[in-house]
Design a protein around this ligand. Structure first.
Ligand code: FPP
Length: 252
């Protein structure tokens, strides 16, 4: 299979047809807290279970023909949670990156982070930088982790840089069009998502990939994130294959 295509045929475990499946899947991983609560456990227990699901979902991407996977790990709004939950999540991210670094690199996964790193602690940022560097030559699944990410914040940061280029004279206002702004977004090297999935029964997009998802297909499913499986992703990818995507044109 060419390294940058989704032309694989049948998958292994899930049996999904990758031929017309989504090339870029983005996931809002919701429901960890409710999953833990249902078991009488603290919310962080749910986040740890959620992290194990990330591992499984990343592993099944090649079989499904999903070349790009983008996951929402922590939003610019999540700082409003209790200090215990926020610091527990930050320590989970540090542990996940340190522990998974070798496995991801060995599985040919290329990892990138999007979001504003300025508010994250130095140790975490160092680990993120190391993981990006360590996997920079990989050409398998492109895993993008949104950490301290908000779509509006991303557009605001992009606009600030764009405005600076106009002020410097390297960009003319009349040359700014809808191809220009995406070059300043955190996702500038990624294709737009084809399919956005949100788990846990909530039907909202919560500031995730606002610009990039203009023509994405959406799936809002009831499963809580720690119960999400490779099989379910396979089913959603197959369903995506049956969608009629017209991008504003009419069916021919
Ligand atoms: C939303 O569930 C989930 C989060 C805010 C955190 C997502 C983090 C993980 C899945 C952990 C692992 C991620 C990586 C990259 C290692 P919620 O807490 O809002 O659930 P609730 O709606 O049931 O309260």
């Amino acid at each position: 299979m060419p390294s940058d295509s989704n032309t694989s045929t049948e998958t292994g475990t899930s049996g999904a047809q990758a031929l017309s499946g989504p090339r870029h899947v983005a996931i809002i991983m919701d429901g960890n807290g409710r999953w833990a609560q249902a078991r009488g456990r603290p919310r962080l227990f749910g986040h740890h279970a959620g992290a194990r699901r990330v591992r499984e979902v990343v592993s099944c991407c090649p079989q499904l023909g999903v070349k790009y996977l983008t996951i929402f790990a922590f939003s610019t709004e999540n700082w409003k949670r209790t200090q215990v939950e926020v610091s527990g999540l930050m320590s989970l991210f540090r542990r996940y990156i340190s522990k998974e670094m070798k496995a991801l690199a060995a599985r040919n996964v290329r990892v990138r982070f999007i979001g504003d790193r300025l508010r994250l602690d130095d140790k975490l940022v160092q680990l993120m930088d190391d993981l990006e560097l360590e996997t920079a030559q990989n050409d398998g699944t492109h895993l993008t982790i949104a950490l301290n990410y908000g779509g509006r914040d991303e557009v605001a940061r992009a606009t600030r840089r764009l405005a600076q280029d106009v002020a410097d004279g390297s960009l003319l206002p009349q040359d700014v069009d809808e191809e220009t702004l995406p070059r300043y977004l955190d996702t500038h090297v990624l294709p737009d998502p084809d399919l956005v999935i949100r788990t846990s029964g909530e039907a909202r997009i919560s500031n995730f990939l606002l610009w990039q998802s203009a023509y994405a297909e959406y799936e809002f499913i009831d499963t809580l994130w720690p119960d999400f499986t490779a099989e379910e992703l396979g089913r959603l990818c197959r369903r995506f294959g049956g969608r009629d995507r017209r991008f504003g044109a009419v069916a021919t």
